[in-house]
Design a protein around this ligand. Structure first.
Ligand SMILES: [Fe+2]
Ligand SMILES: [Fe+2]
Length: 474
C-alpha cells in the first residue's frame, strides 16, 4: 500500500531514509512552484474528478474523486520487487538485476533518466493553455488527468535521480524544473517537446502519437537491468494507457463528427465542410502527417552506437524483450535500415545492435498503423470515400538517415524545390491552424454539452454519465 500519511505519498519506505526524504521534501516546493507557473492555466481552484493511485495493485491504482489539482497526491510508486529478477539481455545477461547503479554506467544511466524525465513536465507546459478552449467538461477533465499524471511521472524520475545519483542527481532534478518547452535559451531536451500544442486537434494527435513514443521508451526502460528504473517504468505504463486512449478516441470522435456532417449535408469539398463548422478530413490528415513525423524523430538515429551501448550494457532493452525468442545478445544478428542513395530509398542490413532505435521505431509504427486503421473504420462506417494514410517513414524527418532529404508522403525522393511546392498539401499551413483554432475560440463546459466539431464519447469516465459534472469551477 501507498503511505498517504507522509508528505510525499510513496511505496518505497521513504520514511526510513531521512536524508533522501529531506532532499525530496526540499524539491517538493520547487515542484509546486513549477506547477503553479506552468501547470494548466487558471485551474488551481477547480475541483476535478480525477483518479489517484492508492496502491500499485490492480484494484487500487485508480481511485476516483474530486481533487483540486495543486492538492493532487503526487508521489513515488514502484511496481513490487521480484527478488529473482535478472538482467535479461546484453553482456550481463543472467546476473541478478542491479539494485544499485553500476559505477561504470552511472553517467549513461543518469542521462537516460533525465531525458525521459524531461518529456514529462514538457508536455504539461505544451498543453497549459488548452483548458480555455475545451470542447466539453469531459475532455477538460481528461486533459487535467493527463497533466497531473505527467507531473507524477516527473516525480518518478526525480525519485531515481535523488535516490541513486547523489548530488549530480539533485542538480539534474532542479534543472528539470528550470527548462521550459519552446524556450529559446533553456528549451526541453527533445525536439517534439518544444513544438507548440496550439489546439485540441494537436492535443489529441500529441497524446496518440507522442505519448505512445513515451510508452515505447518506457517499455524499453522497463526491461532495464537497473531494477528500480524497471519497476518505476512498469507502474508509469499503467497510467500512460489512458493518455493514448484520450488521443485515439479524441481523433476518432472528431472524424466521426466530420463524417456525420458530410453525410447529412451531402458535402465533400473541404471548404463546404469547413462552412459547416467541422474539421475537414484533409486537414486531419495534415495534422497526422506532422505529429507522426516529428514523433518518429524522437527514436533517434537509425544507426546508433549509443543505442548499441545501452543494450549491450543492459540498461535499455527492446520492446517486450523477455518475450522475444533470440539470444538477447545480438552479437551476430542483422537488421534492415533505409537510406537515401542517389535519389532512391534503399534498404541495407546493418548489425542489429546498432539498429535498435530503428527497431523500436518500427515496433511503434506497427502499433500506430493499427490505430489509424481504427480511425479509417469510422470513415468507412459512415460510407465516405476517404483514405487516411501514414506517410512514408522518410517524410519530413529531421533526425537519422532521412534528415536533409525531401521525401514525399508516398516515399518519393524529391528536390527541395519540388517538395516545398507541395509542403502545405502535406502539412498544416498557418491558414489551417487558424481555421482549426477559430473553431475553438471559447470553452464548452455545460455538463453533457459538446462542441460542434467533435462527437460525444461512447461512455463517460469511471461509468459516470456524459452529463456528469467532471469539473467544478468554484
Ligand atoms: Fe508520462
Ligand atoms: Fe503520457
Amino acid at each position: 500500500m501507498i503511505n498517504y500519511t507522509e508528505k510525499i505519498p510513496n511505496n518505497v519506505d521513504l520514511g526510513r531514509d531521512r536524508v533522501l526524504q529531506r532532499a525530496l521534501e526540499h524539491w517538493q516546493p520547487a515542484y509546486m512552484g513549477w506547477w503553479y507557473d506552468m501547470g494548466p492555466n487558471e485551474s488551481h481552484n477547480y475541483e476535478v474528478y480525477l483518479r489517484t493511485a492508492t496502491s500499485v495493485e490492480p484494484d487500487g491504482w485508480a481511485q476516483f474523486g474530486y481533487v483540486k489539482m495543486p492538492e493532487y497526491r503526487w508521489g513515488i510508486f514502484l511496481q513490487p520487487r521480484d527478488e529473482k529478477r535478472e538482467v535479461n539481455f546484453g553482456i550481463h545477461k543472467g546476473q541478478a538485476a542491479w539494485q544499485e547503479v553500476p559505477g561504470e554506467y552511472r553517467s549513461t544511466l543518469r542521462r537516460v533518466i533525465v531525458t525521459q524525465g524531461d518529456t514529462e513536465p514538457a508536455s504539461v507546459e505544451q498543453q497549459r493553455m488548452l483548458g480555455s478552449s475545451c470542447p466539453s467538461m469531459y475532455d477538460l477533465r481528461n486533459i487535467f488527468q493527463v497533466n497531473v499524471e505527467e507531473g507524477r511521472h516527473l516525480w518518478a524520475m526525480v525519485y531515481l535521480l535523488h535516490r541513486y545519483f547523489g548530488r549530480d542527481g539533485r542538480e539534474e532534478a532542479e534543472s528539470l524544473l528550470a527548462r521550459r518547452s519552446g524556450d529559446a535559451d533553456n528549451p526541453r531536451i527533445l525536439g517534439a517537446f518544444n513544438e507548440p500544442t496550439p489546439d485540441w486537434l494537436a492535443f489529441y494527435m500529441f497524446t496518440f502519437f507522442t505519448d505512445r513514443d513515451g510508452k515505447f521508451q518506457l517499455c524499453a526502460l522497463a526491461e532495464s537491468g537497473f531494477d528500480p528504473l524497471a519497476r518505476t517504468c512498469r507502474f508509469m505504463l499503467t497510467e500512460e494507457a489512458h493518455h493514448m486512449f484520450v488521443g485515439e478516441t479524441g481523433i476518432g470522435r472528431i472524424i466521426q463528427r466530420t463524417c456525420e456532417v458530410m453525410k447529412e449535408n451531402k458535402v465533400e469539398d473541404p471548404s463546404d465542410v469547413r462552412a459547416l463548422g467541422v474539421i475537414d478530413l484533409p486537414t486531419i490528415q495534415k495534422y497526422l502527417n506532422f505529429h507522426y513525423s516529428v514523433t518518429l524523430d524522437l527514436y533517434g538515429s537509425d544507426v546508433s552506437s549509443n543505442a548499441a551501448n545501452y543494450f549491450t550494457s543492459g540498461l535499455k532493452g527492446r520492446f517486450r524483450e523477455t518475450k522475444l525468442e533470440d539470444d538477447h545478445v545480438l552479437a551476430d544478428a542483422e537488421y534492415p535500415v533505409s537510406e537515401v542513395v542517389g535519389g532512391k530509398i534503399l534498404t541495407k542490413q546493418v548489425p542489429a545492435l546498432t539498429a535498435l532505435n530503428e527497431r523500436l521505431r518500427d515496433d511503434y509504427i506497427e502499433e500506430i498503423a493499427d490505430g489509424v486503421g481504427r480511425w479509417q473504420r469510422v470513415i468507412d462506417n459512415v460510407g465516405i470515400p476517404f483514405r487516411l494514410t501514414l506517410p512514408h517513414k522518410g517524410f519530413h524527418r529531421a533526425i537519422g538517415n532521412f534528415a536533409g532529404h525531401f521525401v514525399s508522403p508516398d516515399g518519393e525522393v524529391l528536390s527541395e524545390e519540388a517538395w516545398k511546392k507541395h509542403e502545405f498539401e502535406w502539412l498544416p499551413s498557418s491558414k489551417d491552424y487558424a481555421y482549426v483554432q477559430s473553431l475553438m475560440s471559447g470553452r464548452v463546459v455545460e455538463p453533457g454539452k459538446f462542441a460542434n466539431w467533435i462527437a460525444p464519447p461512447a461512455r463517460g469516465i469511471n461509468s459516470q454519465a456524459l452529463n456528469f459534472e467532471y469539473v467544478r469551477f468554484n
